[in-house]
Design a protein around this ligand. Structure first.
Ligand code: TGC
Length: 386
């Protein structure tokens, strides 16, 4: 099928190396994700066997340098996120939680010992990590966390609970953010430590090919060297969220593009009243609006990526990208679902699955409302969070 999602020859804005990486990930998604994703989604299965394949492709901690990490560019990281999310948001989420959250926390804030010990096996997919910030009663306002780490001699003792934590039930280590007498600090918690329990959240209508958990921490005893020495205050986790939010800016456009291409092909083949759906003006208007938003979203992602590569990227710019691209992507996927008619409500077609997944994507790593207020604060100088 002709790919008319690139109306502006955006491909000409990428280097050969960037396009090669994108094409490799696209081929992987076509061969290893597309044939199985409907079944995984229906049966709520996260296919753990793909972890090593993602590692072999160099996608785990891909934008991190040193310590066995691939050291790819911000644009390459974005393109990989986009291709993975064209397959399924849940599988892109695996790469984000492992690389952008858990590995980034260690890379940014860990000691040399922690980095040397954990980052190489995490890049190889031998050790899976998760990132525990959100709590049952502290989502948009992580400063309201109840989890507390108490210092006792040479040890730390953690008590509390976390919610919506990706991968926690299959992870070997958890980055747990906790309040201390000295403000918010981060801890590396081996998940087999007594008192650590992760339970997958079931009955999800979104992100079904992915794992999100509740975590309970009951008198979890850790040695002093478990703390991340470089993270003090909420800035520590927020710097990691920036990385994951950046990947979402690109990823959401992958789900949107996949929905657009699905419905474009369908509308060219499906006949109603003796003509292809694509020959009707109302259908063409919807297709054009989708293509416009995909091209605008790609330009936004690319500019934000170039700012990241030159070290100039600011948090409000990440909010602009996440807010816009999630908002537009979910509209595109929902419109595509409607254009598929009754067929669109089955797992035979991707748009409804993508739209459902994007309900999570627009919610985690900062809701639409939070990113609106971060931008409102930037524009007016007045924080309206409280
Ligand atoms: P505020 O007082 O504004 O800031 C505290 C400190 O953090 C700094 N900061 C940032 N630094 C880097 N990047 C950012 N994006 C930053 N945002 C804030 C800030 O400068 C300050 O530093 P310092 O040195 O002066 O102390 O804190 P606030 O809480 O009042 O901020 C308000 C707000 C709304 C921006 C913030 O709370 C926010 O972003 N809320 C949304 C939280 C969120 O995205 N939660 C979702 C987490 S996802 C999750 O936990 C599950 S992991 C995913 C998975 O497992 O699948």
């Amino acid at each position: 099928m002709l790919d008319t999602s690139d109306l502006l020859n955006l491909d000409s804005l990428f280097s050969a190396e960037e396009l090669n990486l994108r094409n490799d990930v696209r081929a992987f998604v076509d061969s290893s994700i597309r044939p199985h994703i409907a079944e995984w989604y229906e049966n709520a299965v996260f296919p753990q066997e793909i972890i090593r394949e993602l590692a072999r492709l160099g996608l785990l901690g891909m934008h991190l340098k040193g310590y066995g990490c691939p050291g790819r560019s911000a644009i390459e990281y974005g393109l990989a996120a986009m291709e993975l999310e064209a397959g399924d948001s849940g599988l892109r989420t695996f790469v984000s939680v492992q690389g952008s959250l858990a590995m980034s926390a260690i890379h940014k804030h860990g000691s040399e010992l922690q980095k040397n010990r954990l980052l190489p096996p995490m890049a190889a997919g031998e050790v899976v990590g998760c990132f525990g910030l959100t709590e049952p009663t502290a989502g948009s306002d992580p400063g309201g966390m109840q989890t507390f780490a108490r210092r006792e001699g040479d040890a730390w003792i953690l008590n509390g609970s976390k919610r919506w934590i990706g991968l926690a039930s299959i992870a070997q280590i958890a980055i747990i953010w906790a309040m201390t007498d000295d403000g918010v600090r981060g801890f590396i918690v081996p998940t087999d430590t007594p008192g650590f329990n992760a339970t997958p959240i079931e009955s999800k209508l979104s992100m079904r090919a992915s794992i999100q958990c509740d975590i309970e921490l009951n008198d979890v005893l850790l040695p002093a060297e478990s703390i991340l020495p470089g993270a003090r205050g909420l800035r520590g986790p927020f710097e990691c969220l920036n990385e994951a939010r950046y990947g979402i800016i690109w990823g959401a456009m992958g789900a949107a593009r996949d929905s657009y291409l699905t419905v474009l092909e369908y509308s060219q083949q499906r006949l109603q009243f003796d003509k292809p759906l694509a020959s009707y003006q109302l259908t063409q208007e919807k297709l054009v609006n989708m293509a416009l938003e995909i091209n605008k979203g790609m330009l936004l992602a690319l500019q934000i990526g170039r700012l990241k590569e030159s070290g100039q990227l600011k948090p409000h710019q990440i909010s602009m990208g996440k807010l816009n691209n999630c908002r537009e992507a979910i509209k595109i996927c929902r419109d595509a679902r409607a254009m598929l008619g009754g067929n669109g409500i089955t797992l035979d077609y991707a748009p409804f699955r993508h739209a459902n997944n994007l309900e999570s994507v627009r919610t985690y790593e900062g809701t639409d409302e939070i990113h609106t207020l971060i931008l409102g604060n930037h524009i007016t100088g007045i924080p309206a969070f409280r």
